[in-house]
Design a protein around this ligand. Structure first.
Ligand SMILES: Cc1cc2nc3c(=O)[nH]c(=O)nc-3n(C[C@H](O)[C@H](O)[C@H](O)COP(=O)(O)OP(=O)(O)OC[C@H]3O[C@@H](n4cnc5c(N)ncnc54)[C@H](O)[C@@H]3O)c2cc1C
Length: 536
C-alpha cells in the first residue's frame, strides 16, 4: 500500500499501537479483523502441535488477511506482533464497506486474498490434517470436500507415511478408524460427514440462521452464485445454502472451454472460487447446509435446513441443479473430467480423436453421443443394461447406430471397474447374463444415463414437469396455476414458479439449457424479477 492508499483506509477503521508479543488473532478466532501495518512488523504463523511455522512477514505498507477475512470464517493462522509499531484495524463490516466503495483497493485486496488462499492450499498450510488411505472412498470424499471448499489441509497417507502410527497413537486413534480429520490439532473426527467437518471448521459460525432475508438462494452452483452476486451487489440481503461446495456440477469440470471471456478455458474450481469470493465481497453469506423443506403455505416462505434452521425469506431462488445419475463405481469421482464425461460436445470429441471410447446409456442422449463420437473416435463401445435399444431410443437413432460400423453395441452390459492414476487408463465391463468380464485399455467413458433434478426436497410445493424439473413462467398452464392455487391476478413472471416470489434457475428448471453460461444468465436475470416481487 502506498501512503496515499493507507490514508484512504485509515478513516474506515481505527489506528492502534502494537507491542512485541501481542497476538492479534489466533487460529479459530472469528470473524477475523483486517490490519494494515503502518510501522512495526507482524508474523503470520501456522500452529500445529505447539510448533510454530512462519508463513509470512507483514511489514510496513503491507496488510493481513485472506479469503476468510471476507467470509467471516475462523482464522487459520496466528497473527502476532514481532516488532512494535502501529496498525490500522478494520472489522469485517468496515472492510467490506471499503471493498465496495473503493474499486482500486477492492481489487488489490480481493486479488491478494485469493492468491494467498491459493498458496495456503498448495502448501497444505492449514488447520486440518486428514489421515486416510488412497483406497478408501471416505478419504476421497473428504479430500474432495476440503479441496472444493478451498480449505487448506495436509494429508497423511496411512500406507505411505511411516510416522503416521505415532500420530494416530498420540490422538488415541485405532488404524481401523480412518479416515480421520484433525481440526486445529484439537478435535478428532472419525470418518466425519461433510457437515461435521463444516461445523468443526466453523464454516457456519458467523451466519445468523434465523434472520429474515430478502433472498434465500438454495444451491451454490453457477446459477445460484450468479443470483448471489447480482442480488448482493444490488443491495439485497442474500443468504446462499449449499450442501456440498460452491461450484455445483461445474466445480467438478476440469476445464470449461465454452464460457464467455475465458478463451483458454477455466477450471470449474477456479470459476467457482472466483464467483464465491465475488458474492462474499458484495456481502452475500453462505450457509453450509442442505435445504430440507420449503414451507410455501405461508408468507414469508420458509426454508428449513438439515441444521435445524428455519429461514424466512421475502423471495427464494431455487438453484439446486441436477445430479447426473452416476453408476456406483468406487473411484468414479477421481476420473470425472479425467476420462469420465457427462456430455459429448466438440471439446470432448477432440480429446478422443482416434481413440476407442465407451458410451453408457440407451436413451436418445446416449445415441446422439455415440453417433457424434463415431465421427472422430476409432471405435465406440455402447453399453446398455437392457436387451436392446428399441424401448428407450428413437428409431432414427437406432438406424444410424446400425449403419455406423464404428459403433459396437453391447447389451446386458455394465461397467464394473475403472483403473488409472491421474487419468482413466482402462475399463472393465461385465455381461450380466453370461457373467463374462472384459478389460479394455480405454481412456474415455461417456456416462449418458440422464440427469435427475434435485427437487425431492420441495415436497410438492411447486409444480414440476413429467421429469421432475420445475416449471416456471410461460410453461405453467392455467390448469397448473389453478391446481396449485396461484393467488395473484398477474401470471407468474419469467423464471417464477407456481408459488409467488419463488424462482427456479439453471439445470433444475424445466426446459433450461444445461450449460454454465445459461445457468449464470438465469441466476442473474432472476434478481431483476426478485426486485419486482419485493416491490409488490
Ligand atoms: C463434469 C461436468 C463437466 C461439465 N462441463 C461443462 C462445460 O464445459 N461447459 C458447460 O457449459 N457446461 C458444463 N457442464 C454442465 C454445467 O456444469 C451445468 O449446466 C451447470 O453447473 C448448472 O448449474 P446450476 O447452478 O443450475 O446447477 P449445479 O451446478 O448442479 O449446482 C447445484 C448446486 O446445488 C446444490 N444443492 C443441491 N440440492 C441442494 C439442497 N437441497 N440444498 C442446498 N444445496 C443443494 C448442489 O450441491 C450444487 O452445488 C458440465 C457438467 C459436469 C457434471
Amino acid at each position: 500500500m502506498t501512503p496515499e492508499q493507507i490514508g484512504r483506509i485509515a478513516p474506515h477503521g481505527r489506528t492502534r499501537a502494537i507491542q512485541k508479543g501481542d497476538v492479534l488473532y489466533e487460529p479459530g478466532d472469528s470473524p477475523v479483523p483486517f490490519f494494515v501495518v503502518v510501522s512495526g512488523e507482524l508474523q503470520a504463523v501456522r500452529l500445529w502441535a505447539e510448533t510454530e511455522t512462519l508463513v509470512a512477514i507483514v511489514g510496513p505498507g503491507k496488510f493481513t488477511g485472506e479469503v476468510n477475512s471476507l467470509s467471516g470464517r475462523p482464522a487459520i493462522l496466528r497473527m502476532r506482533v514481532s516488532q512494535p509499531g502501529e496498525v490500522i484495524e478494520l472489522d469485517r463490516q468496515q472492510m467490506q464497506a471499503l471493498l465496495q466503495t473503493d474499486a482500486e483497493l477492492g481489487e488489490i485486496l480481493v486479488r491478494a486474498f485469493i492468491l494467498r488462499r491459493v498458496e495456503l492450499v498448495a502448501a497444505g498450510m492449514g488447520d486440518v490434517v486428514l489421515v486416510g488411505s488412497a483406497h478408501s472412498a471416505g478419504t476421497l470424499r473428504i479430500k474432495e470436500f476440503l479441496m472444493r471448499n478451498g480449505h487448506p489441509y495436509s494429508y497423511i497417507d496411512l500406507e505411505r507415511d511411516p510416522d503416521v502410527q505415532n500420530l494416530l497413537e498420540s490422538f488415541h486413534i485405532a488404524a481401523g478408524e480412518i479416515p480421520v480429520v484433525i481440526c486445529r490439532g484439537q478435535v478428532v473426527l472419525r470418518n466425519p460427514t461433510n457437515q461435521e467437518i463444516a461445523d468443526c471448521l466453523g464454516f457456519n459460525q458467523t451466519v445468523d440462521q434465523t434472520q429474515m432475508r430478502d433472498v434465500v438462494v438454495v444451491g451454490a452452483g453457477p446459477s445460484g452464485l450468479a443470483a448471489a452476486v447480482y442480488g448482493a451487489s444490488e443491495g439485497l440481503d442474500v443468504l446462499v445454502l449449499e450442501t456440498n461446495a460452491p461450484g455445483g456440477q461445474a466445480g467438478s469440470s476440469s476445464r470449461i472451454e465454452n464460457y464467455l471471456g475465458f478463451p483458454t478455458g477455466i477450471t470449474g474450481q477456479e470459476l467457482a472460487d472466483r464467483a464465491f469470493t465475488q458474492a462474499e465481497k458484495f456481502g452475500a453469506e453462505l450457509l453450509m447446509a442442505r435445504g430440507k423443506r420449503l414451507l410455501c403455505d405461508r408468507k414469508p416462505n420458509i426454508v428449513e435446513t438439515d441444521t435445524g434452521a428455519r429461514i424466512p425469506a421475502r423471495a427464494i431462488v431455487i438453484a439446486t441443479g441436477a445430479e447426473y445419475r452416476r453408476p456406483r463405481l468406487e473411484n468414479l469421482s477421481r476420473f470425472e473430467g479425467a476420462g469420465i464425461y457427462y456430455g459429448a460436445t466438440f471439446v470432448e470429441a477432440q480429446l478422443c480423436t482416434g481413440d476407442e471410447v465407451v458410451v453408457v446409456g440407451g436413451g436418445n442422449s446416449a445415441g446422439q453421443a455415440a453417433v457424434f463420437l463415431a465421427q472422430t473416435a476409432s471405435r465406440v463401445y455402447m453399453l446398455v443394461r437392457s436387451a436392446g435399444l428399441a424401448d428407450s431410443m428413437s428409431r432414427y437413432l437406432i438406424r444410424r447406430i446400425d449403419e455406423t460400423p464404428a459403433i459396437e453395441l453391447r447389451t446386458h452390459t455394465e461397467i464394473v471397474a475403472l483403473q488409472g492414476d491421474d487419468h482413466l487408463e482402462s475399463v472393465t465391463w461385465q455381461n450380466k447374463q453370461s457373467g463374462a468380464s472384459e478389460e479394455h485399455a480405454l481412456r474415455h467413458v461417456f456416462l449418458m444415463t440422464g440427469g435427475a433434478p434435485n427437487t425431492r426436497w420441495l415436497d410438492g410445493c411447486v409444480v414440476l414437469d413429467e421429469k421432475g424439473f420445475i416449471k416456471t413462467g410461460p410453461d405453467l398452464s392455467p390448469e397448473d396455476l389453478s391446481a396449485s392455487g396461484w393467488p395473484l391476478a398477474r401470471r407468474p413472471l419469467l423464471l417464477e414458479t407456481s408459488v409467488p416470489g419463488v424462482f427456479a434457475v439453471g439445470d433444475v428448471r424445466g426446459g433450461s439449457v444445461k450449460r454454465v453460461a445459461s445457468a449464470v444468465g438465469e441466476g442473474s436475470i432472476a434478481i431483476s424479477f426478485v426486485h419486482q416481487v419485493l416491490q409488490e
